[in-house]
Design a protein. Structure first.
Length: 267
């Protein structure tokens, strides 16, 4: 199983438009790994993408990905869904206004209900242009695509607003939980993972997002063999850039790496 971090940024990518801070200037000048698009993951074995922010077209082009067969969404937020148009219309025949290769779209039922309100064009893409085949999924559902097994994981069970996906192949287990993990009540169910890809959270201890120190405590508890930290916010990099250099020393008992766009992980 090969996974590629398409985007490792947060709700605000790096560089942030108009921003003239040191971090954003450096990202514009040098590009990767300082440039970070919105959080997204590519599962190479099944041509699948999990989440598609507004800059997903750039993320796919930078990795020279030639086709997508499957698309999974974790929740409705714009930085995870508003790239639906460039993905779904990539195979569109503009003469017939129909897609030549519909993409399988897997969306948790509750997420889809909210998404239809926030991004109503999805109905047009699916039902008029036939650009996607919709699969409504729920917590605990499992299905197989090729040799890969996928399980839907609601942070709070069946009534969750946000979801993770458990990806399994040849006895290896990887959990992708890229956002809002402060509400992930069931994280203790996933001890001993081969890989956890988890949001960074904040170095500043605010109630709205998971605190980085609390994330470290979770990792101590569930002990994944490897952890990659993604969804890294530009504002956090700007204000706490030195923390990236010192965090691994401060939490030297925890095995983790910070993600970067284009990072390849093989299990």
């Amino acid at each position: 199983m090969e996974l590629i971090i398409l985007g490792s940024g947060g709700a605000t990518p790096t560089p942030k438009p108009f921003c003239q801070c040191t971090i954003c200037k450096k990202a514009r000048r040098l590009g990767e790994p300082y440039k970070r698009n919105g959080s997204s993951l590519f599962i190479k074995d099944i041509n699948a993408v999990i989440d598609c922010g507004e800059d997903i077209a750039d993320s796919l082009n930078r990795r020279d990905i030639k086709k997508i067969d499957n698309l999974f969404l974790t929740h409705w937020h714009p930085d995870h869904t508003f790239g639906l148009r460039p993905i779904l219309q990539a195979n569109l025949d503009w003469g017939t206004n129909k897609s030549s290769r519909p993409i399988n779209i897997y969306i948790p039922k509750k997420t889809f209900e909210v998404l239809k309100e926030k991004f109503s064009a999805i109905d047009y893409f699916i039902n008029v242009q036939k650009a996607g085949t919709l699969h409504l999924v729920g917590d605990g559902e499992k299905f197989k695509i090729g040799d890969i097994n996928i399980s839907v994981v609601g942070y709070k069970g069946k009534e969750s607003d946000t979801y993770a996906y458990l990806i399994e192949d040849k006895g290896k287990k990887a959990l992708y939980a890229p956002c809002d993990t402060i509400s992930f009540e069931r994280y203790k169910d996933f001890k001993g993972l081969d890989l956890l890809i988890n949001e960074c959270g904040l170095f500043s201890n605010e109630e709205s997002e998971i605190y980085f120190g609390d994330l470290m405590n979770r990792l101590r508890e569930i002990k994944p063999k490897k952890t990659v930290i993604t969804h890294i916010e530009e504002i956090e990099v700007s204000a706490y850039g030195e923390r990236f250099k010192t965090a691994k020393k401060q939490y030297s008992d925890v095995k983790f790496d910070f993600a970067y766009d284009g990072m390849k992980i093989k299990l």
